[in-house]
Design a protein around this ligand. Sequence first.
Ligand SMILES: *Cc1c(COP(=O)(O)O)cnc(C)c1O
Length: 364
Amino acid sequence: MTERIFNFSAGPAVLPLPVLEQAQRELLALPGVGASVLEISHRGKPFQSILESAKLRLKSLLDVPDNYHILFLQGGARLQFSMVPMNLMPGSAAPPEYVLTGSWGKNALKEAEKAGPLRIVWDGKDTRYDRLPAPDAWKPTPQAAYVHITSNETIQGVQFPDDPDTGEVPLVCDASSDFLHRPLNISRYGLLYACAQKNAGPAGVTIVILREDLLDRSGDSLPGYLNYRIHAENNSLWNTPPSFGVYMVDLVARWLQEEIGGLEKMYAQNRDQANTLYRVLDNTNGFYRGHAQPESRSLMNVTFRLPSEELEQRFLADAERQGLSALKGHRSVGGIRASIYNAMPWEGVNALRDFMQDFATQNA
Ligand SMILES: *Cc1c(COP(=O)(O)O)cnc(C)c1O
């Protein structure tokens, strides 16, 4: 099959077609270099300029202040679950605090517990992680090492609509599944991390944006790779970085700048696309039941159930036949999950909307 499906995979996920086409064109020889990005030294000029370009584009797209570092690491978001507490916990007067809004937050907590004591300040488990805390439901303890949130819970489909204000306490955010989907107020964050394979590139590279002063906390006894300060001092070149991943992040960032026109435009498209699908949930007489409470709905992962598992099976099979692929929900929530990241084209969203409407009419 050479025709592209509409790929609703939660991750690794759809990438912009122009990005894939450029990578394909350049795979045998980067212009002016004569070799592939897969084949050149990470210490040579050509790769250095790719790395600088990726950094500058991210800095410009997100308006990252000068007192922040942008790192390209390996190990996925999962390694950040460990690196964050190992680097930021030592020496703090009070333990880190975790806000649990879904499965990924819980996974982050499980790893952090290995580094030391911590505190859960809010846990959505009583309502099966279908909502975010009310704005005044939690307040960080002033001395806490940091507060950890998951901006978008990929499995449940709930998302913070804005950047929480945690005052002096560093806000740490797992932004893996909504990185670059809207502008951020980076100065609200102490550290923000995202594996690339949802919204920013291929698996294998993880982006970390962190505030300069937090590097003072990274102890010398940490294993080198796990020490943020070492990566920052070496401009992500302490060891061989995930060079193809960095190259792809650069292409995706360029696509956002030059073809989309920046993150405000991307955000508007993401809102419109998500609303297109949520309108179907709200207007089919309860045939579809969204998992997330309306005010906590994710713009990236639209999660819902049908009246029976049998109908869900048929929905998935019929959708697949129409080229609407990878819509199966995560087993912990069940049902359907439509992941509509930045690169999902309007044609895919509209085709899914039409399919959902027809399916509801025929099976209600
Ligand atoms: C996918 C995902 C992860 C895990 O990322 P890995 O790169 O597989 O470690 C963590 N957090 C969130 C929010 C995710 O969506």
